[in-house]
Design a protein around this ligand. Structure first.
Ligand code: FES
Length: 495
């Protein structure tokens, strides 16, 4: 049974659940007690001593991450005695910590900087030189280690032990020589390694992609959903449009996990985190007719011509290949255009092979697309079956399909060397999507659509959770959301 306990923290009543520590209950209530080693998902080894508090009736200060909340407990975290103890713990962590802040990527989101501003001992008692250790040690494809900055909180070793279960890191040496390092012969290359940069509170583990790209105070943050697979992990999108020159012209600076207890907890996978960093490459921004005469069109003219072309031959010979990256809003407009108005019968929306990949027991799902469920809710995959790429190729070769409308899929990934020949057989090829691919090169009409960061909408994940995402960037060129393109065509095709 869920029992509630009440105790007092700095004169404020706090409610705790049975079994919770004082630090957990305080954090849940929004009261900040300094801490490094405790992490909600990684436990409380009690080794950083930053969360030390004064407890009425206790002979000595206590670490609040290991202090069970008890009815009637009176705790002080900002009293002079508690502050003195926290300040001493911080001084100890800073004994060998280098003054790297001007060049450290953690600067601006660093636990040492933040606490030092509040409780730092501004006059150091240390006279000895700082001890030196390894710097710029590339642990794997994504993470760089700086041993001098490490405060031995052990969050990283607990992560590879408890979460990724890949055990690449350990603590080696004792006393003054103690250091986090790779287990001999190993590399930090597990599919979740990027999370180590998030949980390291001090800049000892930094993200190799993000290093020296942009200062964190120039980043804008937007709540979003990762479109990398059907789990739909909750993320923050950090963009650097105010200082793009600092980020080599990239608008998307980095993706960070956003806590969601039902979907992804505290983590995201590296596939999602690093899979979208080329967001602005090969982007489409112009509305084009490419055949028979190449010409840039206005949206109005393009919609008029595409609508006429879709009606030119019997609908039985028209196939539509759609991506599970469509939002719920897009799927609805897609159905209204292709099913309700045009009454098309040949659809391809199954993720294989180009939108399917590796899965595991932690987060990664086989379908590498965020919203097949949104399509299912409207009948795609339940009432309406999906063609396979092979059967579609057979129908094109047999002359049964004269037209193909491709939405954000790349047939070349499924058809390989046969792609060009198959696509060139078609009387009408329309490509709609955010980036260039072979279908976009060979299309009669190429319609630029916004990508997920440039629009707002909803994805339904494999668990059935409908999750909203916000716009983080402005659309490029004339690109429009898919639903707006479908709605325009539908208006023109409606009898
Ligand atoms: Fe309590 Fe580290 S958070 S000792």
């Amino acid at each position: 049974m869920d029992k509630t306990l009440r105790f007092t923290l700095d004169g404020r009543p706090i409610e705790a659940r049975l079994g919770e520590t004082v630090l957990e209950a305080a954090t849940r209530a929004g009261v900040m007690i300094p801490h490094y080693c405790w992490h909600q998902a990684l436990g409380n080894p009690g080794n950083c001593r930053m969360c030390i508090v004064e407890v009425e009736g206790a002979a000595k200060p206590q670490v609040s991450c290991r202090l069970p909340a008890r009815e009637g407990l009176v705790v002080r975290s900002i009293s002079p005695a508690a502050r003195r103890a926290q300040c001493s713990a911080l001084e100890f962590h800073l004994v060998d910590h280098p003054l790297d802040c001007p060049v450290c990527d953690q600067s601006g989101e660093c636990g040492l900087q933040d606490y030092y501003m509040d409780i730092g001992r501004y006059k150091s008692a240390m006279r000895e030189d700082k001890a030196h250790a390894g710097k710029r040690l590339a642990l794997g494809p994504h993470i760089m280690l700086d041993q001098e900055r490490c405060i031995m909180c052990t969050r990283c070793t607990r992560f590879v032990g408890q979460v990724s279960k890949s055990h690449e890191l350990g603590i080696f040496g004792r006393g003054h020589r103690q250091a986090v390092d790779l287990v001999p012969g190993r590399a930090l290359d597990n599919p979740y390694s990027g999370n180590l940069a998030d949980i390291c509170p001090v800049g000892a583990l930094t993200d190799r992609d993000f290093r020296f790209q942009v200062r964190v105070w120039y980043l804008d943050s937007t709540e979003s959903i990762c479109p990398g697979c059907s789990r739909g992990c909750n993320i923050f999108v950090h963009t650097s449009t105010r200082r793009p020159w600092q980020n080599q012209g990239r608008r998307l600076a980095r993706l960070k996990p956003r806590f969601s207890p039902e979907v992804n907890g505290h983590w995201i996978c590296d596939e999602g985190r690093y899979g979208f960093l080329d967001f602005d490459s090969k982007r489409l921004g112009r509305v084009m007719r490419l055949k028979p005469v190449s010409e840039e069109l206005s949206w109005d003219r393009a919609a008029q011509e595409v609508a006429a072309a879709l009606r030119r031959k019997p609908v039985e010979g028209l196939a539509v290949a759609a991506s599970g990256a469509l939002s719920n809003e897009d799927w609805l407009a897609f159905k209204e255009l292709f099913v309700d108005t045009l009454q098309a019968r040949r659809f391809l929306f199954a993720p294989e092979p180009d939108q399917a990949g590796t899965e595991d027991q932690l987060l990664r799902r086989r379908e590498k697309t965020p919203n097949l469920e949104g399509g299912k809710a409207l009948g795609f995959g339940t009432k309406i079956e999906s063609l396979g790429w092979d059967s579609l190729a057979g129908d094109i070769e047999a002359g049964k399909v004269w037209g193909l409308y491709v939405i954000d899929r790349d047939p070349a990934q499924a058809w390989g060397g046969r792609s060009r020949e198959l696509l060139e057989r078609l009387d009408l090829l329309i490509y709609q999507g955010p980036r260039q691919c072979l279908a976009g090169e060979l299309a009669h009409y190429r319609l630029p659509a916004t990508a997920w960061l440039e629009e707002e909408g909803h994805f339904t994940n494999f668990q059935g959770n409908v999750q909203g995402y916000q716009r983080a960037l402005q659309p490029l060129g004339a690109a429009k959301p898919d639903w707006a393109i479908f709605a325009d065509l539908e208006r023109r095709l409606k009898p």
